[in-house]
Ligand binder design. Sequence first.
Ligand SMILES: Cc1ncc(COP(=O)(O)O)c(C=O)c1O
Length: 530
Amino acid sequence: MFAFEIPAPRKIGDYSYCKTLSSHAGMNTTGVNQYNSKFVARSLAKKVYQRSTRHCVSIQRSSRSKMVSEEEVNYEIGQRIETQEDAAVFIKAETEKGTILSERGYGACKPPFSYWPYFLRCANRPFDATNDREGYINLAVAQNFLAKQDVQDKVKEICKNNENDALIFGLEAAGYDNMKGIERLRKAFRNHANRIISPNFAWHEDDVCVSSGVGACIDNLVFAIADSNDFILIPAPYYPAFTNDLGVRCRVRAVPVYNSSGDVTVLPSLEDFKRAEENAVGEGEGMCRALLLTNPNNPLGIIYEPGDYRRCVDWALERQIHCISDEVYAGSIYDSEMNAKTRGFISAAELVEEHTPYGPHILTGLSKDFCASGYRVGAILTKSKPVQTALSNVSYFCAVPGPFQHVIAAMLEDEVWVDELFSMNRTRLKQSRDVLVASLNEKKIPHIVPNAGLFIWIDLSNELKEQTFEEEKKLWKILFEETHLMLTPGKDAKNKKPGTFRACFAATPFESLKVAIERISTGLEMYRNL
Ligand SMILES: Cc1ncc(COP(=O)(O)O)c(C=O)c1O
């Protein structure tokens, strides 16, 4: 933990300082003038000191202080990393002062992933096959660039062809509308879901709530179903940002659940869920509010076997905790025949016999399947009336801009185009996957062969000198610093076994993938010779 020392006030006689102090002390400055400010400032300084000390003690005591502990901000302060580094310094400095931000605010200063600060170094010097072969290859970012240009072209075309459409660019689109999304867009998402995500289930436009990205959808949904200190069970390994998505605003805990068999491609048993829940109840005050599943899965790049998935969804609904099914990769399945165990993807919407107020709540969006993470468009599909009602309120804070909602609706309405895009996207994902898998096989690097999404899960645990996350980090650092390759460490995905890494193969140029695997090989050699 940080040391909580409050610096003694220096500019005691200063009138403006007096004003600052008064706001910290929660007092107003009525009656303070340049003649009495010195006297007032002294007593205020005392109050601020007492208040800050109380605040710091409460931070130290609070279990939530874990969110700003130095141990968890596990990267080097002092490194030049733009705002996140500043944030780290800021956390340290401001936690010591302890009064400028709320506890939540200090929590928000913490980067969402341990490897966040390294992104900028990758961005500043990207790999270039002709001009800079030493440049960084970033396989840690969960983006799909493989059909990005095609989507951009479509948006451009829609804007151009509809330049005079008053609905899109007229005054109507500039006014307030339904914060869950304009009717046209909700209908377009309804049709998209009924066609692509769950063709055997009928959604209605009232079941759709559109927000600025799936991250915002999760934040809203969690806000609606859980109170601070409550927790949500998530089979691990899981999408690393879930911890932040649940915690940063809503202060809800993400509790990883491990399959006791050790097989990450199979969901945990009901006993595993129960055990994780009991432990989480023992660790904090809150209660279990939901089960959060992701299918197709990030980080594994696999589709869960439908019976396995149904077992978990049913369990949650039977015991009346919410079931959230993140299906943001449902349009990026490129090899459903491949795995004998899976019959392909089936949405949780189709797996349950009956939709309940507890869900399932399905998440979808444009970031992955439409290669458009910057558009910030996501949607919750739910039949739960209480959840829909709560979302009508909180969606206001993260609505998608009106004119852009029309543009996106027009894009989704062109179903022929969507089908072509998805088909092209799948072909390209498969090509990239094949290149990676062939290179990994050649180097005898263990991995799970993926069939959906943007990722491959690489298992270097056999190489670790000890089965610890310190060793995982050592290896990660060698890969980053010595070979200029960035992977997502398994620890961030809350994997139980040290030494696993996620690689995203859809956001880097094709030709860099083989080089990336060469670098893993080189990095391993360096690690072995340490
Ligand atoms: C499983 C999963 N859910 C949600 C998100 C967030 O999506 P968005 O960019 O729409 O906020 C991601 C992004 O990586 C993801 O992988």
